[in-house]
Design a protein around this ligand. Structure first.
Ligand code: FAD
Length: 351
């Protein structure tokens, strides 16, 4: 088989990259091992434009939102699904001080942060003591449908091999990539945390980060809103809610823990006033890095070996934008944003 690109991984990153390659009329084959707890398969898909105790806007969020909302809508149309939902985030203030901090930020972020007049409208559903602020717009990306729908499309176009990629089988020169019976011009890794073990890219400053989630069933929680009190709670399908997550930099494995389950169950029992049932508990590892900026581009020595990775906690907002940048770089030789281009690590990558 001869193709222009071999793409490793069909998480949200590989999905977007192959979407843009397909649009550009490029030939490619994806190799993905369908790991059931890959980050994209565990994530809620929440896009929250503000972050931290200081409630500041996240990196590049205005530019990202302007790009990603129509991009997901277009992808949804192509797949016949609703790919993105706009939702309001209800941020329950954990203390009177945080309420004051939120109020101060409202003045500086009109049109994004709101302090509603009726602070107690969720008292039938939740216990809370200090009112809440609203963040609007937020979004939830429908990963649950996007990933399998795109996979089905790749399979029906014979563009996906469902198998484990074994780097020992990869042969490369500066002009050619050979993997088993596949010959390609370039290979691009969209394989999440696997790249941190990859001989080409393992020197990059990955800082892998584990997170756990609880799925709960309930008939009584509003589904059009994201709720936050320590953790996020959002509807992901009818009567099914996603609750998470924690952030662990040191962990023995990628499996769910009893400790998280107990802690979260306790939190839910004190937070929720309505009946609920825990139906699942999952864990995954985020392909995060110490700079909190994406890893995009080609290896400085092996110029036909590329990477689209390092999206950390923000895969859903960063993947479409940087997949498009990488595609434009490949086709029109456009510059990749310097803060994201792996050129910035040339020294450590050529060591
Ligand atoms: C608990 C949790 C909650 C999160 N919540 C959110 C959220 O609400 N919003 C948000 O934007 N982000 C969230 N994230 C982060 C988000 O999940 C990641 O940023 C994103 O999924 C990374 O996507 P990716 O495609 O780079 O990697 P992955 O999703 O890991 O995809 C990699 C793909 O490569 C495949 N693969 C790997 N190795 C091989 C191999 N050797 N051979 C073949 N195939 C291989 C895997 O099967 C997988 O399909 C969350 C993450 C976690 C863990």
């Amino acid at each position: 088989m001869n193709v222009e690109f071999i793409i490793i991984g069909q998480g949200i990153t590989g999905t977007w990259l192959t979407h843009y390659l397909q649009k550009a009329g490029k030939s490619f084959i994806v190799i993905d091992n369908n790991q059931s707890n890959s980050a994209s398969r565990i994530a809620a898909g929440i896009i929250n434009p503000v972050t931290g105790r200081r409630i500041v806007k996240t990196w590049m969020i205005d530019e990202l939102l302007a790009f990603l909302v129509p991009a997901y809508e277009e992808l949804g149309k192509e797949l016949g699904i609703k790919a993105i939902d706009r939702k309001t985030l209800i941020d329950f203030h954990p203390s009177p001080q945080m309420k004051i901090a939120f109020d101060d930020r409202v003045k500086e972020n009109a049109g994004l942060l709101f302090q509603p007049k009726d602070q107690w409208q969720y008292l039938e559903t939740f216990n809370y003591d200090f009112g809440f602020g609203e963040v609007d717009p937020c979004y939830v990306v429908n990963l649950k449908e996007i990933l399998p729908s795109w996979r089905k499309k790749l399979l029906s176009n014979k563009r996906l091999l469902e198998e484990n990629f074994d780097i020992e089988e990869l042969k490369h020169s500066n002009t050619r990539i050979t993997y088993k019976n596949i010959k390609a011009d370039k290979i691009i890794f969209c394989d999440g945390i696997s790249s941190s073990q990859n001989p080409f890219f393992k020197n990059l400053p990955f800082a892998l980060n584990k997170g756990e989630v609880i799925l709960l069933g309930s008939r009584d929680i509003p589904s059009t809103t994201i709720f936050k009190k320590g953790m996020m709670l959002t509807s992901i399908e009818s009567e099914l809610y996603w609750v998470g997550s924690n952030y662990l930099w040191e962990f023995p494995d990628d499996q769910p823990t009893e400790q998280f389950r107990k802690q979260t169950e306790l939190l839910l029992k004190t937070w929720l006033k309505v009946p609920f049932k825990i139906v699942d508990h999952k864990a995954s590892v985020r392909p995060a890095n110490i700079e909190r900026r994406p890893f995009v581009g080609f290896h400085p020595t092996y110029k036909n070996v590329g990477l689209l990775n390092g999206l950390g906690t923000k895969g859903c907002s960063l993947a479409p934008y940087f997949a498009k940048q990488l595609t434009d770089h490949l086709i029109y030789k456009k510059e990749i944003l310097p803060e994201a281009d792996i050129k910035r690590f040339s020294k450590i990558l050529t060591r």
